[in-house]
Ligand binder design. Structure first.
Ligand code: FE2
Length: 289
């Protein structure tokens, strides 16, 4: 048996997921508690709001990153939360990605965005663990992002927690924003989600919960050819983290370990915030660390 940490694909949803209680937020906290209980080394995360141009990817190396402001959330929920960039591990990630053939460099001026620190605050409300953020690439090639996850996968054997923060069904153009804009109610659900949203949400769950190893990688990338993909994702940015996760959790060594849907929160009628975890914490990690 290997000492592989689990991998999370989290759907961060709207900014209000930071300030409002939800089943998803409860699960994020449980996942954080579990990581702390196993004395994990830190977080390696790809979000959905930062992409590098050309063929490049970047790794956040700002020693004192600011936070981009978050709409519809009281500042007290995030302004005082101290971010904890892990520059040493960031350099290692850059080396690992360069060795895998990527055109990669550090970005010493990048400020963090809510796609990543929303999750960190919810998982680790008592303090940010050492964290490395990996950018996406703006061409949004699924295989490219899967290979990024594959290149960083060895860090799972060292006790790092790899997280993709994106969305299962995330099309801002198909959301019903009115209850949030008028009443600050992101969970109103005045009518059921539309059939395309339900259908694609099910396709994502089926792929993650019934595939493992290289089959997971193939199935996840294939989701971008699903007939309803473009309805569910008007832009590709919130699905790249799923590719990263498939790369990180889809080696031959991962065969037999299917993901599980741990929590789910619908927002704004048609946005489905599904929370998946692939694998579980090895018993030996806490003593080996
Ligand atoms: Fe987002």
């Amino acid at each position: 048996m290997t000492n592989l940490t689990p991998v999370h694909f989290f759907s961060h949803g709207s900014t209000m997921m930071l300030g409002e209680p939800s089943d998803s937020a409860d699960y994020w906290k449980r996942a954080g508690d579990e990581a702390l209980a196993h004395k994990f080394k830190g977080v390696i995360m790809m979000g959905a709001h930062w992409d590098a141009l050309g063929d490049r990817i970047e790794v956040a190396t700002n020693p004192k990153p600011g936070k981009s402001p978050v709409a519809y959330v009281h500042p007290s929920k995030y302004v005082d939360y101290e971010l904890n960039p892990d520059l040493e591990t960031a350099d290692r990630c850059i080396s690992m990605l360069a060795d895998a053939g990527f055109d990669v460099s550090g970005n010493p001026s990048f400020d963090w965005i809510h796609d990543t620190y929303l999750i960190l605050i919810r998982m680790f409300p008592n303090g940010c663990p050492p964290t490395v953020l990996i950018s996406m690439n703006a061409r949004f090639d699924p295989h490219f992002h899967m290979t990024v996850g594959e290149a960083l996968r060895p860090l799972r054997k060292e006790g790092y927690l790899l997280i993709g923060s994106g969305g299962a069904v995330h099309n801002l153009y198909r959301n019903n924003w009115m209850p949030m804009l008028r009443f600050s109610d992101n969970f109103a659900q005045e009518r059921p989600p539309e059939p395309w949203a339900l259908e694609f949400r099910q396709a994502v769950e089926d792929v993650i919960s019934h595939n493992s190893g290289p089959t997971l990688r193939r199935a996840m990338t294939r989701l971008m050819k699903h007939p309803l993909y473009r309805e569910a994702h008007a832009t590709d940015d919130h699905f790249m983290a799923a590719m990263f996760v498939a790369g990180a959790a889809g080696d031959e060594e991962d065969e037999g370990v299917c993901g599980e849907l741990k929590a789910e929160t619908w927002e704004l009628t048609n946005m489905c915030n599904s929370q998946f975890t692939i694998g579980s914490w090895p018993r030996t990690l806490a003593s080996a660390a």
